[in-house]
Write a protein that binds this ligand. Structure first.
Ligand code: HEM
Length: 236
């Protein structure tokens, strides 16, 4: 017969589970971050211009802004989703929010800017272009709606719109997961497979976001509620 866990140990377990969310989100950001770091270093060192990177060298501003804002948005944004950390540090949540909002808007604007101005080499085709031109304004709109909601003190709507915006932004991380198995098992993506795998990543993220918004409404701490621990009487 095992004794019920002490209150302190339940607290510790809850705290560890709460950190699973930002840890998972940061893990999702690792592959695009490495790609972003490589691109920034290629541009900073004025590396060799090839058919694959000519567009970035010809007009580096949007991609540099995009990568810096995206890394800030994905990494710092992940901590906004740690329920216990957010409750314990409400000032951090607000201050970080005022940095993350412009970062997120910059990601969306530069994403659309590059889509409209860069000459994309294959396998990027029209379908990926259309997907990006849907996702970028949707991400922008979700952030604006989140700000409108919080100014109207509608915290549940603020949370829902921020989760949607972050999910759309994190499409970059999920895209690495949808494309990598294909590349390893089948080979390089073609125009159609790339569009499907890129689009699938955004669809997956939107579905997960909507599931989280409904499954864990405001006040559940985004961690499944546990039954209250029995009193420490030694009786199971
Ligand atoms: C917040 C998460 C995001 C991250 C971490 C991210 C990361 C990156 C990185 C690292 C690049 C440079 C790719 C390279 O060097 O080849 C890039 C390019 C790009 N991103 Fe994002 N991105 C994010 C969100 C978005 C969103 C929401 C859109 C718009 C729908 C978008 C559209 C683009 C476009 C159009 C390019 C140029 C691609 C190319 O020229 O091949 N990104 N992104």
């Amino acid at each position: 017969m095992s004794a019920a866990p002490a209150a302190g140990s339940i607290d510790h377990m809850k705290s560890r589970r709460s950190w699973l969310i930002p840890t998972g989100l940061i893990a999702l950001t690792v592959i695009p971050s490495l790609g972003g770091a490589a691109r920034l270093s290629d541009l900073a060192s004025n590396g060799p211009v090839t058919a694959g990177n000519a567009r970035f060298h010809a007009m580096p501003l949007p991609v540099v802004l995009h990568i810096v804002a995206a890394l800030l948005y994905c990494f710092a944004g992940a901590f906004q989703f740690a329920p216990r950390f957010r409750r314990r540090h409400p000032r951090w949540h607000r201050t970080a929010g005022w940095v993350l909002v412009p970062a997120g808007l910059t990601v969306a604007v530069t994403g659309a800017w590059m889509t409209l101005t860069y000459a994309f080499p294959p396998p990027d085709g029209l379908a990926v272009k259309v997907e990006r031109l849907i996702v970028a304004p949707a991400m922008f709109a979700a952030i604006v709606l989140a700000i409108v909601a919080v100014r109207g003190r509608n915290i549940a709507a603020h949370r829902a719109w921020m989760i949607r915006a972050y999910a759309l932004g994190q499409g970059a991380g999920t895209q690495a997961l949808t494309q990598l198995p294909w590349i390893l098992l089948v080979g390089p993506t073609g125009t159609i497979s790339r569009a499907i795998l890129m689009g699938a990543a955004w669809v997956i993220n939107v579905i997960v976001a909507e599931w989280i918004i409904r499954r864990y409404p405001m006040g559940t701490g985004a961690v499944r509620k546990r039954r209250p621990a029995p009193a420490l009487t030694g009786v199971a």
